[in-house]
Write a protein that binds this ligand. Structure first.
Ligand code: GRG
Length: 318
């Protein structure tokens, strides 16, 4: 990985983990068992891709000339204070989705993020509640932070809440998971085509990735044109991320990924390698990456880390 990006990701991951620790409820604010269950999964060692994206989008937008005219120059700490709550809330929602996805009623997985899954350790009931707790606390966090009663800040927060709720709900991640459940185990013909596959992934994975980028951009003060550019960039990035995820389930190593590999094919899942093959999947991910770079360049957003993040996503092995 590019050393500058590596350094950037390490420093921002530290800030994210510190903020998650501060934002997550613990005893006595909640019964110790559910607080522990939530922390078990959140601190199991994910990549923090979505909160990193929120921060990188916020920083990129804040450096854009249009935004520098509208807002006085802000320090990195001020930008972190603006974008971290949205990034952490999305990581909490993402973690809830992984916990519920791993349950016996869904994918029935026993390893995640290099550890036994939450239901294996705490039981199914507590895993359901841990996921529910993360989803609900994420929205409490979005309403609470960053604190302040200026009209402009409140408007941006409300827009971010609406964006994230739509991405997590039935038109987004929950809807995508429903399509996935419905198509798993069907015959190839009944399962659907490339169009169904792209729609499923756009909802299941893409929606939250777009929401993370857009939330960071809104919190940094992006106007409509920049929000649109970031959203279009993230749509390409999200699709590339998911195609690579599908490829890694075929070619990746369980020790790198921290989860069981080869489960998609075994379960008869609708994936890119299953529908178009491995080579065409790689070509498709690269095409998404090139479009994402072009969108950044056209919007003069190619100075920060968003471009390097595209390369990280398409070249990742975990
Ligand atoms: C249960 C409502 C509900 C939704 C579940 C996210 C999801 C929907 C299912 C997870 C299954 C899966 C493997 C989806 C593919 C893409 C994805 C979300 C991978 C995991 O995200 P990473 O790689 O994970 O960012 P880490 O652990 O690094 O955060």
């Amino acid at each position: 990985m590019n050393p500058a990006l590596d350094q950037y990701l390490r420093s921002r991951r530290q800030a994210i983990d510190h903020a998650l620790d501060r934002f997550l409820p613990a005893a006595p604010a909640c019964p110790p068992i559910v607080g522990e269950a939530m922390r078990y999964s959140v601190f199991a060692g994910g990549k923090r891709f979505r909160p990193l994206l929120a921060l990188a989008a916020a920083e990129c937008v804040a450096a854009h000339p249009d935004v520098r005219v509208a807002y006085a120059v802000r320090t990195p700490d001020e930008l972190l204070a603006l974008a971290l709550p949205a990034g952490c809330a999305i990581e909490m929602i993402h973690t809830y989705s992984l916990i519920h996805d791993d349950l016996p009623a869904m994918d029935n997985d026993t390893m995640r993020r290099g550890r036994p899954t939450l239901h294996v350790v705490y039981g199914e009931g507590m895993a359901i509640l841990g996921g529910d707790g993360l989803l609900t606390e994420a929205f409490a966090l979005l309403a609470r932070e960053p604190a302040g009663d200026e009209a402009d800040l409140l408007t941006r927060k409300l827009r971010v809440i609406e964006t994230i709720a739509a991405a997590a709900g039935v038109a987004g991640m929950v809807g995508g998971q429903a399509i996935d459940l419905q198509s798993t185990g069907e015959t190839a013909a009944a399962r659907g085509d490339l169009e169904t596959l792209e729609r499923m992934h756009a909802c299941k994975t893409g929606a939250l990735i777009r929401a993370a980028s857009v939330a960071g951009a809104i919190m940094a003060g992006a106007g409509e044109r920049l929000v649109h550019a970031i959203d279009t960039y993230a749509t390409e990035l999200g699709l590339a991320f998911q195609i690579v995820d599908d490829i890694l389930d075929v070619e990746g190593k369980a020790e790198d990924l921290g989860k069981t590999v080869g489960k998609d094919a075994a379960a008869g899942k609708l994936t890119f390698p299953a529908v178009i093959g491995l080579d065409a999947s790689r070509t498709r991910a690269r095409a998404c990456a090139e479009r994402a770079h072009a969108i950044l360049a056209a919007a003069s957003l190619d100075e920060g880390h968003l471009g390097d993040i595209v390369e990280w996503v398409v070249c990742r092995t975990k």
